[in-house]
Design a protein around this ligand. Sequence first.
Ligand code: SF4
Ligand code: SF4
Length: 318
Amino acid sequence: MDAAPSANPFGEGSAGNWRRFVASSDGSGNAPAEASAFAVHMLNMLCPPTLDVDIVSHCNLNCAACCHFSPIAEPSFLSPQDYARDLELLARVEDVGKFFAAICLMGGEPLLHPELPAFIRITHELLPDARVRVVTNGTLLDSASDSFWEAMLEPNTDMLITPYPIGLDYEALEERVRARGVDVSVGGGLSASEEENYFLRTPLDETGSQDATESFVACPLGGHTMQLLDGKIYPCNRGALLDIVNERFGTSFAHEEGDYLALGEIGSVEELDSFRRTPRPMCRYCASSIAERIPWHRSSCDAEEWLMRPDERFHPSA
Ligand code: SF4
Ligand code: SF4
């Protein structure tokens, strides 16, 4: 096996568009299509994963069904010191910086963190081969600090602005960011158009009675957007962050050892790659088979945005 997964076969920046295409039954990117979920999963497996780091738990947009659970998270900030400690452990793995498509500093909304420039610097210092990406909803860019813009000019640093139908002129915003010399793109599979912007609501089943393998292969997150959290790497954001749901709704989603790799115990990038490609025990919580595309809207923070509704409950073998 290669040391790192193969590059995106559809060209730089186009994987999101392909995912939108195959995730629709008519190819328009608009219609629900459960049957294509497996195709999205397979496309993701062809591309190198990102390593996502939530430097802020909360967000100023509060999108319904956010898979980082930001609308229901207690506001919190990761400390640069804790981040550096984790990254030092990760950096012991040979070629790990090149293994990930990018180390994504995100959240929540990362520009809410007053020390965002320090996170960019730390990543470059400890993982000099890695690409550093700031993933932002763009709403705070016009008031960002000089030190942020300076850090964004470090080599191998870029920005992904994820658009939402909130009346922001993303084209003009992208031009302003590019005029500062920053490598920027707008997209990530989302759109500023109300007709096209949807979120995937995958209900969480507290009973854990879903088929973990079926859930995993129908999941667009697993093994593609890996998550660094508290000294561990998880295959996905949603699974890693289940404690936010527990704290908010009093649920009892639990992690097992097989759900993550402890940073100090990762021997090679091959181990990471194999880990990302296989279902985890926590996949039994995700009802991927009844995931639904919902139009983007602000969260009301109701449990039903994330948890299975009574009318959705079914026996997996029925
Ligand atoms: S902008 Fe992103 S992090 Fe913020 S609530 Fe929306 S999906 Fe979640
Ligand atoms: S727990 Fe498994 S099925 Fe759920 S989002 Fe993560 S990888 Fe996908």
